[in-house]
Design a protein around this ligand. Structure first.
Ligand code: DC
Length: 215
């Protein structure tokens, strides 16, 4: 049976970087599930869909092609905000379940497992994951990180705007009825506020190695 590492956490907590590095280290396949929601968000923006129109959004969430997930437009702040809005709809989430569960169960030839990162991986998508991590950091630190990242993509933004967006995004992700962001009961919490990427990776790796060796 293929192993699964589930990584959930807040916006700009560093979970994506950690997940990618863990996948490389363990030789597992990697899926950034936020990209699925971002792909739906991008489709919704393009179609000028109403973010309250569940039916239309659910239709836009069907048949996401893996290639679509490489589109650089998905990294933008506007698409991220749209992703958070489409993600509140149960029908949109349901349309994306199979893609994620299938990836976890069949990570592909040559991979001994899968790492998935998102908001509901340990709670809903892979409740039986071998390792569950929940990554968080202080909002000020996350805003600063995301600000620098968006600047590097050439976006014209201010730190204040990023901080306001982050607050709104945290609130929406944590308070939605459907699959709200929260640590799974058996998740290991990792606060990256005062950790460099390397230090956070060392901790996550040690934790995952210990847990996997006991399986
Ligand atoms: O991780 P991210 O910033 O790329 O995610 C964008 C939005 O997608 C996030 O604000 C909420 C939603 N999302 C989700 O609801 N469930 C996931 N597993 C991943 C992302």
């Amino acid at each position: 049976m293929s192993k699964v590492i589930a990584i959930d956490g807040t916006f700009a907590s560093g979970k994506g970087t950690l997940a990618k590095r863990l996948a490389t280290y363990f030789g597992y396949a990697y899926l950034d599930t936020g990209k699925l929601y971002r792909a739906v968000g991008a489709r919704a923006l393009e179609a000028k869909a109403n973010f309250d129109d569940t039916k239309t959004l659910a239709k836009l969430a069907t048949i996401i092609k893996p290639k679509e997930l490489d589109n650089p437009v998905l990294k933008s702040g506007a698409v991220g905000a749209a992703a958070s809005k489409v993600a509140v709809h149960a029908e949109v989430r349901a349309a994306l379940y199979n893609f994620q569960r299938n990836f976890a169960a069949h990570p592909g030839k040559g991979f001994m497992g899968a790492v998935l990162d998102g908001r509901d991986i340990g709670t809903i998508i892979c409740p039986d994951a071998d390792v569950k991590l929940y990554i968080d950091a202080k909002p000020e630190v996350r805003a600063e990180r995301r600000y620098k990242e968006l600047l590097s993509y050439g976006e014209d933004i201010t730190l204040a705007n990023v901080a306001a967006d982050l607050k709104e995004r945290d609130h929406r992700d944590q308070n939605r009825t459907e699959a709200p962001l929260k640590p799974a009961v058996n998740a290991h919490l990792l606060d990256t506020t005062n950790l460099s990427i390397d230090a956070a990776f060392e901790r996550a790796k040690a934790l995952a190695e210990t847990i996997l060796s006991q399986k």
